[in-house]
Ligand binder design. Structure first.
Ligand code: HEC
Length: 329
């Protein structure tokens, strides 16, 4: 055998082995999605609506009810997400950088199941209209990934995340937000509890530079005080990331959640297999009989950063109550 053919044989063999292992884990056992109930979410374009903005009365009509009465975002907005998205995506409200042709909302179909080991989820949504983003080379902010799909999970450990969902982590000083600091790099998501203080009303809003001491942050990670995050990226044949949001967004590849995604015509279908107990720092241990607050985000049309569509707070019940019911298999 020549050197060259030995190389290709070895390459093909190890490649097949890797693929085989990957799909065995990803598939777990085959889930019969057709038998499962389907939840419908409307993901809307949030513009620059931040944790600080939603709590300021002069900015947001729902601020008082949210901060003082304990209302959830979904209590007021669940039925009108598509209309809200239109206002921001067209620049009528809190969006200085309009992307012409971008849609205001994305309908997302969600199914879920679980067994003793894993949570299985299936997401389906229409591909975007392929609008070009201004100020991005070729109109693509993230040339590598046509889509990204992310899910955030709160188990009750982050104050108010059960009402605010993703907004607990989205701040006025994050990248491309109104109070973004002029510094090297950029501020990602963080939970308010990772800071000694967060300015809600006074400029600059947020608290990126008010980090708690590292020992306290380490303790919070151990105690489960974070938002759990998993993300699929469509580039490079599909990338699975798993991590959390505490002092910043932390994502690692292949760390407890495994995604598979496929575009069929104009429809994206993404499935996820996530270990109930991955043993990874930053993963909540999911339990049968419990309900979790979840939030979803989709980056369509090669969007990045805040130029995504997001859900309001939703509930995922593992054999328990919630808009999304994970059925025991
Ligand atoms: C008590 C009801 C109520 C709650 C709770 C509430 N809002 Fe609102 N929200 C409003 C009202 C009223 C407006 C202003 C609507 C208008 O001007 O037509 C508004 C406007 C908005 C807008 C701008 C788009 C628009 O339609 O004007 C966003 C974005 C928004 N809310 C997000 C949120 C988020 C996120 C939460 C939860 C953290 C939340 N809201 C909680 C009542 C509420």
């Amino acid at each position: 055998m020549s050197k060259r053919s030995l190389f290709t044989t070895l390459g093909a063999a190890s490649c097949a082995l890797m693929l085989g292992m990957g799909s065995a884990w990803a598939a777990g056992k085959a889930v019969d999605w057709s038998k499962l109930p389907e939840a419908k979410a409307v993901l809307f374009y949030p513009g620059q609506a931040s944790f600080e903005w939603i709590q300021t009365g002069t900015d947001h009509g729902g601020a008082r009810s949210f901060t003082k009465k304990g209302d959830k975002c979904s209590d007021c907005h669940a039925e009108e997400a598509a209309d809200m998205g239109k206002k921001m995506v067209t620049g009528q409200k809190i969006e200085p950088t309009v992307i012409p042709g971008k849609r205001g909302s994305i309908p997302l179909k969600i199914k879920a199941a679980f067994d003793a080991e894993n949570l299985y989820m299936r997401f389906e949504f229409p591909a975007g209209p392929h609008n070009a983003a201004p100020n991005a080379p070729g109109g693509k902010m993230d040339p590598d990934n046509e889509i990204k799909l992310a899910m955030m999970i709160d188990d009750g450990s982050v104050p108010n995340a059960d009402r605010a969902g993703c907004w607990s982590s989205c701040h006025a000083d994050a990248r491309d937000m109104p109070s973004a600091p002029k510094k090297d790099g950029f501020v990602t998501k963080y939970i308010p509890e990772s800071r000694t203080s967060v300015s809600i009303k006074d400029e600059p809003r947020g608290g990126w530079d008010k980090l708690k001491p590292q020992a306290e942050l380490d303790a919070m990670l151990k105690e489960g005080k974070f938002l759990d995050l998993a993300r699929y990226k469509s580039g490079k044949g599909g990338v699975s990331e798993d991590g959390y949001v505490l002092a910043e967004r932390v994502l690692k590849q292949d760390a407890g959640a495994k995604f598979e995604g496929k575009r069929e015509g104009d429809t994206w279908v993404v499935t996820m297999t996530r270990k109930l107990n991955s043993g990874q720092p930053g993963d909540h241990v999911l339990q049968a009989g419990k309900t979790y607050t979840v939030g979803f985000a989709i980056h369509d049309d090669h969007a990045w950063g805040r130029f995504h569509h997001v859900s309001l707070d939703m509930r995922l019940g593992l054999g328990a109550d919630g808009e999304i019911k994970a059925v025991k298999q």
